[in-house]
Design a protein around this ligand. Structure first.
Ligand code: ATP
Length: 286
């Protein structure tokens, strides 16, 4: 305890700045890995390392201490290799705009969109017509929208059924519903998942593309399997499989519906402040 107090007393402002940046780095890393398989693996490795450090310290084990000191350096080098997909996903998300600066998508009318998608998915599933629908939230998806045929239309079940009718020009690829809740693109090409831990080892391209999209953005992806007619949702790099229409509606409501808790973005907050300031100014003039 005395040692700790002595260390705290010798801390300079530069040391505090140093600690701040290291904390920021660790926080940033935990943010990149959040919700991924990497967290589970890291937690396991950290537990083993902490136990070994304690054992080596208590029993003064020289060889184990040497191994741990040198092994940790090797582990630091191995991290980017082992967690390449997770790091890539996190950096892509950063590149597409930080969470604070992301555009916030309007939620009004989303319940109607969900109803149309549920209706379409039910029919697509019965007919065994494959489909992939991406619901954009806050992450920019312009690069992917541009890969398809651009459309500007309300989300309607009939239109989705027509688009995904096999042998039509637009059935191959994904439909992307944009920020404004309108269909922005059809036959869009999405990034395939780079994860080696697939929910199902035999997962085909449609499901891999949906998973990839959900890994590199906060979009919600609905997939209807052509082979089995099963409906699944991919969100945040995870798959929610075997959804019946009722569960599809509930899950979509939670992830995309108008009751979904909205993150306050810096842009949204500034817009709100600006609107209330202008209103106050107007009121004071009149
Ligand atoms: N990168 C991609 N982006 C969007 N859609 C894609 C992409 N790659 C493949 N697809 C779609 O997936 C279809 C092929 O699906 P595939 O049979 O390989 O997948 P699956 O996951 O087994 O799905 P299903 O159960 O429907 O067969 C293609 O016809 C195309 O429409």
């Amino acid at each position: 305890m005395d040692q700790l107090i002595a260390i705290i007393n010798t801390l300079t402002p530069t040391d505090l700045l140093d600690i701040f940046f290291v904390t920021l780095l660790f926080y940033g890393a935990s943010f990149l890995f959040r919700g991924t398989q990497a967290v589970v693996l890291l937690r396991g490795v950290m537990t083993v390392v902490i136990v070994l450090i304690l054992v080596a310290g208590i029993f003064q084990l020289q060889a184990l201490t040497w191994l741990l000191t040198n092994g940790l350096a090797v582990f630091a080098v191995a991290i980017p290799v082992i967690f390449q997909p997770e790091l890539r996903r996190g950096l892509e998300q950063l590149g597409r705009g930080s969470r604070l600066l992301r555009r916030s998508s309007p939620v009004s009318g989303r319940d109607e969109i969900i109803a149309e998608i549920v209706r379409a998915s039910e029919k697509l599933s019965e007919r065994r017509h494959g489909a992939l629908i991406v619901l954009q939230k806050n992450t920019q998806l312009d690069d992917y929208i541009r890969t398809g045929t651009q459309i500007d239309s309300k989300v309607k079940a009939d239109l989705l059924l027509t688009i995904f009718w096999p042998k039509t020009e637009l059935h191959d690829g994904a439909v992307i519903v944009g920020y404004d809740g309108r269909i922005a693109s059809a036959a869009a090409v999405l990034p395939l998942t780079a994860s080696r831990n697939l929910p199902h080892p035999k997962m085909g391209m449609r499901h891999r593309a949906a998973l990839g999209m959900s890994e590199s953005s906060d979009a919600v992806c609905v997939v209807v399997s052509e082979e089995t007619g099963r409906i699944a949702i991919m969100n945040n790099g995870r798959m929610i499989p075997r959804l019946d229409p009722e569960r599809l509606r509930t899950v979509l409501g939670a992830l995309y519906g108008s009751n979904e808790p909205q993150r306050t973005t810096l842009r949204g907050w500034l817009a709100e402040r600006w609107a209330s300031l202008s209103q106050q100014l107007q009121e004071s003039r009149t």
